[in-house]
Design a binder for this molecule. Structure first.
Ligand SMILES: [Zn+2]
Length: 216
């Protein structure tokens, strides 16, 4: 299996230090896509299952669950206040064109913690081939743990609830833990900071190459 370099900083950049199994899961999924694209679907399925590790779900639950010990916001009086619904910008999501620019700028790693990311489009594509190995039910426990942890989020720097808009200058690529864990707080308020863009290192392509092949 080819070695892929991932960001495995020992210093926690996000809410909580990454666990080594994340790099393993990313390698399994990368190999699963290679197997899938070369027609080895049994192997691909096995690798997708191997990436669905309980430790990843536990890690994520510890951050986005209620009253997480890892999320300790400190309100900052200089940050924008919560705004009433009429004060929020209407477009909750950036345009398709802006999303392409964001992806080109940020690549496939979380701008906050460096987590490898996979877009929902890629997950859906693979789910269609491997619905049992890659479950995506309506509750967290029925969703594949690695695809949850690596879920590509379009995150607002100044949160939408604080009046932040969806212009590309206010949007970053983030992982589910950094996005949902932060809720309506600014990065400063939860002790996070933005890393330089792009953080992408090594060969991680967000598994995007699976979309480039038609009818595979
Ligand atoms: Zn993150």
């Amino acid at each position: 299996m080819a070695e892929i370099a991932f960001i495995t900083s020992r210093r926690a950049r996000g809410f909580r230090e990454h666990v080594p199994e994340m790099a393993d899961a990313a390698r399994y999924l990368d190999a699963a896509v290679s197997a899938h694209l070369s027609g080895r679907q049994v192997l691909a399925e096995e690798l997708i299952r191997a990436a669905d590790m309980p430790i990843l779900r536990e890690w994520l639950d510890s951050i986005w669950g209620k009253n997480s010990p890892y999320v300790q916001p400190r309100l900052d009086s200089s940050s924008p206040n919560l705004v009433a619904p009429e004060g929020k910008t209407k477009a909750r999501m950036p345009t398709k064109q802006d999303l392409s620019r964001l992806i080109a700028r940020d690549g496939f790693h979380c701008r906050i913690c460096g987590m490898p990311l996979v877009r929902a489009e890629v997950r859906k594509h693979l789910h269609a081939f491997y619905p049992e190995a890659l479950p995506w039910g309506s509750t967290n426990s029925k969703q594949h743990a690695a695809f949850q942890v690596f879920w590509y989020q379009y995150d607002h720097l100044i949160p939408h609830a604080r009046g932040g808009n969806s212009d590309i200058g206010n949007m970053i690529a983030a992982c589910a833990a950094c996005n949902y864990g932060r809720m309506q707080y600014t990065l400063d308020e939860v002790g996070l900071s933005l890393q330089d863009s792009p953080q992408s290192v090594g060969a991680w392509d967000g598994l995007e190459r699976v979309l480039a092949v038609k009818d595979n």
